[in-house]
Design a protein around this ligand. Structure first.
Ligand SMILES: NC(=O)c1ccc[n+]([C@@H]2O[C@H](COP(=O)([O-])OP(=O)(O)OC[C@H]3O[C@@H](n4cnc5c(N)ncnc54)[C@H](OP(=O)(O)O)[C@@H]3O)[C@@H](O)[C@H]2O)c1
Length: 299
């Protein structure tokens, strides 16, 4: 199996490269702005996903069986201030990758987000719920989802959330480092989501891709997160507890946190559909968090 993974040097992309390398030959794609030391792709191609012809040429040459688009402008506040760039990368870039995959007859996997929802439902979102983004980031990611649904034959749109993992800057590392320094930590207590370990997510993406390729699961949208929802304030307290660090953790409002982008109040995702397709439920985020923190201590 040949696989092309965009965003290969990103937090999720690195773990996707590692997971898919177990079963096939993985080529990674990124612009080359980040350190690529941890990326396990057999080759790493420097290309901009917004270069439609460039992406098409790469895909024609590689002839992959699976294309995964994990490239994105993922800084939610930056997107809010730079909508053109956000749409160019998150929507047009995704379209370029999707069209190239379709031409090659490959399965296309688009990595999407809980931020396509407004967070007002009051319970976890299923794949059937109607998105209504409250940020430019969410809008730009939804534009990609809509394009893929309407134009691509064999695909999965994978919605996930609040990622942490070994290959990128994330909230867990921020809390650990701040607590070690003895800094007090201010974290939003009024927005809830599912923290998700990129290692678990990559494994589930691999499992789902195999099912779709074998026609044992249909194309479509799939939510994939670790089980359990919390606020960042609650998460910060759990992280400090797991590290055995005494830190002052203060619950703040989103308004106090500042930043131009709005975020959904409760954007937890319901994983029933993917659990049925995979034949297992992802573990609770607490278990994953503990493993990540222990591994961090050994790193
Ligand atoms: N992080 C989260 O909590 C979260 C939550 C829900 C969904 N997601 C989604 O999950 C996916 C992965 O997120 P992540 O956190 O792993 O992102 P990330 O760490 O910010 O990595 C983004 C990757 O995309 C590449 N990239 C960005 N712009 C590009 C361009 N124009 N052309 C080619 N490559 C480009 C980056 O490398 P270069 O800069 O070198 O190009 C990098 O490899 C994204 O689709 C994101 O929307 C993330």
């Amino acid at each position: 199996m040949k696989v092309l993974i965009t965003g290969a040097t990103g937090m999720l992309g690195c773990d996707l490269c590692k997971e898919f390398s177990r079963a096939g030959d993985v080529a990674g794609l990124a612009r080359g702005n980040r350190e690529a030391k941890q990326c396990r792709a057999s080759q790493l191609l420097a290309a901009d996903i917004t270069d439609r012809d460039g992406v098409a040429r790469i895909v024609r040459k590689l002839k992959p069986d699976v294309v995964i688009n994990s490239a994105a402008l993922s800084d939610v506040n930056f997107c809010e201030l730079n909508p053109e760039e956000a749409f160019k990368i998150n929507a047009e870039g995704a379209k370029n990758a999707a069209d190239a995959a379709e031409e090659a007859g490959a399965l296309f996997i688009q990595i999407s987000t809980d931020y396509v929802f407004d967070g007002d439902k009051g319970s976890a979102y299923t794949e059937e719920d109607k998105p209504n983004p409250v940020s430019v980031y969410g809008d730009s990611k939804l534009a990609a989802d809509d394009y893929v649904r309407s134009n691509i034959g064999k695909y999965a749109i994978i919605r996930s959330s609040w990622m942490f993992g070994p290959c990128g800057k994330n909230f867990v590392d921020f809390v650990v480092e701040s607590a070690k320094r003895g800094d007090s930590i201010r974290a939003v207590g009024e927005k809830y989501g599912n923290p998700t370990y990129t290692v678990d997510l990559a494994k589930a993406v691999y499992g789902l891709s195999a099912k779709i390729r074998e026609n044992k699961a249909p194309s479509g949208i799939y939510n994939i997160t670790n089980e359990g929802a919390c606020s960042r304030y609650e998460l910060a307290k759990e992280i400090a507890g797991l590290c055995g660090l005494k830190a002052e953790i203060i619950s703040i409002t989103a308004k106090e946190a500042g930043g131009p982008a709005l975020r959904p109040k409760l954007s937890a995702l319901d994983n029933t559909k993917v659990s049925k397709a995979l034949g297992y439920k992802l573990r609770h985020y607490r278990e994953a968090l503990e493993e990540y923190i222990k591994a961090g201590k050994r790193r």
